[in-house]
Each structure stands twice: as C-alpha cells, then as structure tokens.
Design a protein around this ligand. Sequence first.
Ligand code: NAP
Length: 569
Amino acid sequence: MPNTTDRSTGAQEYDALIIGAGFSGLYQLHCLRDRLGLSAQVLETADGVGGTWYWNRYPGARCESERHSYSYYFSKEILEEWEWSERYPEQPEIMRYLNYVADKLDLKRDIQFGTRVESAVYDEATNRWHVETEAGDQYTATYLITAVGCLSTANIPDIPGLDSFAGDWYHTGQWPHDGVDFTGKRVGQIGTGSTGIQAAPVIASTAGHLTVFQRTPNYSVPAHNGPLSAEFKQYLRENHDEIRAIMQSTPNGHPFRIADRNVADVTPDERLAIYEESWRTGGLRFRAAFRDLLLDKAANDTAAEFLKDKIRTVVKDPETAAKLANIDHPYAAKRPPIDTHYFETFNRDNVTLVDVRAAPIERITPTGIVTVNGEYPLDIIVFATGFDAMTGPLLGMDIRGRDGQALKDVWSAGPKTYLGLAVAGFPNMFTVTGPGSPSVLCNMPVAIEQHVEWITDCIAHMRENGIDRIEAGPEAAEKWVEHVNDAANATLLPLVKHSWYLGANVPGKPRVFMPYAGGMTRYRAVCDDIAAKGYEGFRKEGGGHEKHPPQGATVGDFGPAAAIDAPGV
Ligand code: NAP
C-alpha cells in the first residue's frame, strides 16, 4: 500500500519503487518491505512474475545453470520446500518456482502488473523520484531500484523487407504464450547463440524443414540434461550450506570449482583425458577444466581444438561440419552455450545450415529470406538474435537524474556506474545487475542476491544515520569503469569483437565491455569493503554528512587486474 497519495497529482507515494518482477525485483521487494518495513511497490510490464523467464518461452528454453544453483539461497524454508525435477529446469518449471516464491512471501499484492514504466525523473527539491507509466499513472518514491534484468530488450535486426513477409515471425524473447505450431512448416531460424542452440533441435523435431542461418559459428558442450535421482535430491536437501559456500567462493557463482591447474601443467594425453571427462560431465562445467582457459590464448586454443574436433565427429556431412566448426573466437570468450543434441540436429534430413557470413542476408521477401546466393522459401522466421543487453532495458525508459540530465546522454559514450549499482548524478537510484557488475559473467541468482542485500543494507544504513541522499561520486565511478576495463583486458573476453558483452551486436551502440570480469568473489569483497568504510566513494547528504565530502584516498584501490583469475561465464 502507498504511504499516501498526493492530492494534487494523484501520484501514489512510496518509500521505494522497484522496476521489474523477475528474480531481482521479487527479492528486492521482500527485503525492503519485510526486512526494513518500507512501503514498496514493484512496477512490472508483464502480467506475471518471472522477468526474462516470463518472455523467453521459445522451444527448448531452459536454464543453463544447474537447478540447485539457480535458486534463492536467502531462505532455508524455500530451499527445503522446493524440489527441482531436472539438471537444467525448463522455462515453465522456473516460472512455477518464481510464482511459488512470490506466493509464499505474499509479494504479488505489492506488484502492479501490466505496467510499463516510461519515465523516472529525480526531483532535487523534494528528493523524490517521480515515475510515470505508459498508462499515465504516477508514483513517487525516495528510492528507485531498477531490477530490469540484463537480457530483456529484444534485438530484432533491421533486415529490409521484414514488414513484407507474408508468413509469421517471432523473436525468441517475445514468444507467444500459446506457443507456435511448426508442424510441417518451412522454418528459418536466424541466430546461433545460446538461445538458437537450444531452440533448433526442438523446432527441427516438428518442422517440415528447418533452415538455420548462421553468421558466427559457436562452440557448444552437451548439457547432459536429465531427471534428478532420489539420491541427488537427498544430497541437495542435506548440503545447502556447503553448496552455497562453493557458489559464493567461486568467481562465477556456479556450484563447482574451477580447477586450480593450467593447461601447461599437464601432458597432452592428460589434457585430452581431462577434456574428455569434462565433455562427459557436460554443461558449463567444461569451462572449469583449467584455470587459465580465459587468460591465455594458447591454453584456450587447446580447448577450442578439442571442441571443434567434437563438432567434426558428430556432424556427418563434412561440408556442414566445416561450416559449424569454422569458429574464430576463443572458447568461452562469448557466452558458451550448452545444448541438447544441437550438432546432431544437422544430421537430420529436414535441417539445412546456411552460412550467412560467407553469403550475407540481403533482404526478406513476402515468401522467404534472400541471401547473396538466392532465396530460401519460408513459412515462419524465428529471430534468435539476442538482446540489446545490459543497457537496453535501462535506456528503454526515460531516466533523468540531477538537473534533468538524461541517462541516455550521460551514457552516450557507454555506461558508467560505480560497482554496477549506482550512477553519478542519479541520487538514491540503484541498478541491480547494472553494467559494471559481474551479472552475466556469474550465475545470475548469486549475483542478484548479493546486489539486493547490498542495496538493502545501504538503504538501512541511510535510514539509521539520517542520510537523505546517496549518490555515486564521479571520481569513484571513473575509477570503477577503469577497473572494469582492466579486469576485462586481463582476460581473452575483449578479443571477441562481435559480442553482446561489448554491445557490438546492436548497430550504433558504443563498444564498451559492460560486465565486470574480475569475478564475483572479488566483487563481493570490494562491495563489502566499501560498505564497511561508510559507503566510500559515495556522496552522502544528511545525518551530519557534508554536501560534497572529499573522496577517500583509497577509493579506486580495487586490487590489481593481474590478480584477477578465472573469470566466470
Ligand atoms: P546472442 O548470444 O546475442 O546470439 C544472437 C545470435 O543471432 C548470434 O548468433 C548472432 O550472430 C545472430 N544474429 C544477430 N543479428 C543477426 C543478423 N542481423 N544476421 C544474422 N545473424 C544475426 O543471443 P542469445 O542466443 O539470445 O543469447 C543471449 C544471452 O542470453 C546468452 O549469451 C546467455 O547469457 C543468455 N541465455 C541464457 C540462457 C539460459 O541460461 N537458459 C538461454 C539462452 C540465452 P553474431 O554472433 O554474428 O552476432
């Protein structure tokens, strides 16, 4: 319930407004409302909880983190009550889980569904955020928390002629709730990232014919999905604390440790045996075979060769295998997909691979897709073309901070945040999994829990100490951006020029490496240290704090980039 309603504007007044009801927004609401006792409201575009999982209902959509790690760990009761069924839960199961959590914590009564936020404007005189929705409803709050996710703004390529297509077309991130019937249809799928690799085998199983338009070939490791055994479920029930301890002590937040050995530490035969074993284990665990896979190109080459050999072994037609294995980026320098029979799909009679790097797509006609080599007649086009990642959902709203400055102008040359959590010039605004946070290089729920708890502690600290305004200091933000760059440059990640980590998948987007590659463990320590030093690097007003206190001399000492090891995936 709002604290009050402003009589002149009709605006509903809260302590905190949270935008988005996915993993982040749900937990943020629980923390602010139930732990701090604030009046808080979530505004959510969708008609239900789930965030990115609400929209991504494409065939084959399932989690790539292992079930027991893709969960909230803040509540023992939730951990004990909920039981996952498979190694990698499918989208409907994740939706059931998030609805279960929302119902258990009675969160839905404070979520306004079907509500798209258009603008959020900070008013310095009243120290409040004014939020307006597409429907014209108004809200105000002291704290604004964006929980909009990193991968929620669909990237639909501007291919000439799309409007003229007489068949149906869909983006995987905006999938129809009643599903799509591919039976007997000629389907064209553009995109071979994690999504396309999950979707293609399932689409091919019912389509008349599937044509996969591949621009950048990709590695993939078998997920080896399957139901959980009774013994494993028992192990999970009895070992939550240990599993959480592992997830919180690894750079990527997954429930397994990255091996503490370099590729050069073993003989070629041992290396092969390790890769074979990792391949059999499957999933993102392959990445954990050696610690230097993302630090040393020569080390990475050995994994890359192993994976390309697997493609050539699985795919029977040598020409198709060559196109699929023609990969020129280091393994895991793009988000490494995991699959269920992706490469095997190209052995089916009803599947064709088209290399659109060699023969680019020219246009879409009423009847199909035309590349420089000719037309592919289609009934349905599936765009598995990814997202305007990390900044897209934030810049999709008109967010204005001090002096009316727009976030899109402040970030015109690329995003700048302090810790990925706060932006200079935008007081009392917090960005869960914002650019500059580990987020997408980490198992998301682990990153989200840390962010939400840090934000909650920060707001509690403000209230206990009479601090009215907190804002990232511009110097601290500059140093954090530098550190984010150093962390990325200490790895092979920036070697991929065409990656959504860099914003390179969206025409005109500034090329800035957005996620923090220094690892979740280090990030958590940095955040804790900053909080312990009274939110060092932030400007505070009220409670006896000066308006613009000088920044502490140690701000920006986040540790040397060289100490960064084994960034996550
Ligand atoms: P993505 O990794 O950005 O892949 C998009 C694909 O579309 C790429 O193959 C890209 O080719 C292609 N593409 C884009 N525009 C194109 C054009 N104009 N012509 C031809 N091809 C074009 O997107 P995504 O697969 O949706 O995955 C995004 C991220 O979502 C993943 O990296 C992962 O973090 C997350 N995800 C997670 C899960 C999970 O955990 N369950 C599942 C799926 C996705 P280029 O590479 O040449 O640009």
